[in-house]
Design a protein around this ligand. Structure first.
Ligand SMILES: Cc1cc2nc3c(=O)[nH]c(=O)nc-3n(C[C@H](O)[C@H](O)[C@H](O)COP(=O)(O)O)c2cc1C
Length: 351
């Protein structure tokens, strides 16, 4: 019913609000006997946390995780893992000015319409803060996938119209925007800093590659691998579109160009992005996401208050001028959860 849980055989439930006491995740369906420590999960948390560079929000969420259940002597027991993160550096008073108004592009209006309650502190469940819990859950899935030889990597492909022209994998985590082209990264950073100084924001394109998934994973017809990835990705705030492989370019390709021909040694191309009929082909799974410009900007914009009166609003506060760099660990986390879930469902099929 309530939409706070994702997955079937490997399942996460996230809880908590951005300005409440804590956020966290309950992970169920974890294989017993897996060696896991808090530091492994913490490494992923540190990649998502704010305040990492001049192009992310200066908020200081230390994101220190605690595993409260599901472990014994450094190994998973197979019972639910409960992972908790206390919120720090909360400044609910920073939201006093907007307590009776709706920020354009944010979820204030729609949450009030749905729940009938206006909790103006931060953005509640619609905050990027909720995704910290997903990264913790995703780290558990990542560990299980690593043991199967599967890797998941996301990176920035484009920001504010500046495109990556090369792909240098070992440079991705070395630049502040996590771009695969270090030269383009410099121009992206310059653009974000300039827009932030003007009180504005920008979006971009994030690409994700999943390697090592054997052919045969995915549950037709409603739980296709691509359908599940699309749902998981679109559940992340600010993600507005997804395309697999050749994606939207397929619309103007000929069948003879788009078909991935086959030989004894495998597929000769990967326009399908590693998924056909909702099932993995064994090729690399590739998808791209459109990430919208951050809605919280300090330029004046037209809005209404909770009484329907028109007014101007400026969102003063600590926000990401571009969400791409911080969304990347979240994209990887959700991809890990989807793949681990579908692998477990495949295994269950053969008893
Ligand atoms: C990691 C992450 C950080 C985010 N940071 C901000 C932020 O600082 N300011 C903001 O307005 N939105 C931020 N967002 C986006 C909002 O959560 C999102 O726009 C909002 O929930 C409305 O949902 P929608 O854009 O998908 O419609 C962030 C999202 C993520 C995943």
């Amino acid at each position: 019913m309530a939409g706070n849980t994702y997955g079937n055989s490997f399942k996460i439930t996230t809880f908590g609000e951005s300005h409440g006491e804590a956020v966290g995740v309950i992970v169920d369906g974890v294989t017993p006997g897996i060696e896991l420590d808090e530091q492994y999960i913490q490494t992923q948390m540190d990649r998502r946390k704010p305040g990492q560079s001049s192009v992310t929000t200066p908020r200081k969420e230390y994101d220190v995780i605690r595993i409260l259940s599901g472990m014994f002597e450094g190994k998973t027991t197979g019972t639910p893992l409960f992972i908790m993160l206390h919120n720090t550096d909360m400044k609910p008073e920073a939201y006093n000015d907007i307590q009776n108004s709706f920020r354009p592009g944010h979820a204030d209006f729609t949450y009030l319409k749905k729940y009938g309650i206006r909790d103006h502190r931060g953005s509640g469940r619609a905050s990027g803060r909720e995704t910290a819990a997903r990264v913790a859950g995703g780290a558990v899935a990542r560990k299980l996938l690593e043991d199967r030889g599967i890797s998941v990597l996301a990176y920035t492909k484009e920001i504010g119209g500046i495109k990556c022209e090369t792909y240098i994998e070992d440079q991705i985590e070395k630049n502040a925007v996590r771009a695969c082209d270090p030269e383009a990264a410099l121009r992206m950073i310059e653009k974000i800093e300039h827009l932030a100084s003007m009180g504005d924001s920008c979006g971009g394109i994030v690409e994700c590659r999943i390697r090592g998934v054997l052919p045969g994973i995915g549950e037709p017809v409603f739980d296709k691998l691509d359908a599940e990835l699309a749902k998981a990705m679109l559940s992340i705030g600010a993600v507005k579109g997804i395309e697999f492989g050749a994606g939207f370019a397929a619309a103007v390709m000929l069948g003879s160009e788009h078909n991935d021909e086959m030989s004894k040694s495998g597929f000769l191309s990967n326009n399908a992005g590693g998924i056909v009929g909702g099932i993995s082909t064994g090729e690399e799974i590739v998808f791209r996401l459109a990430v919208k410009p951050t809605s919280s900007i300090s330029l004046p914009q037209h809005t209404i208050d909770i009484h329907g009166q028109e007014k101007m609003i400026e969102t003063i506060g600590r926000h990401d001028p571009c969400i791409c760099p911080r969304i990347i660990p979240v994209v990887e986390a959700m991809a890990c959860i989807v793949v681990e879930d579908l692998i477990k469902r495949q295994a269950a099929m053969f008893g």
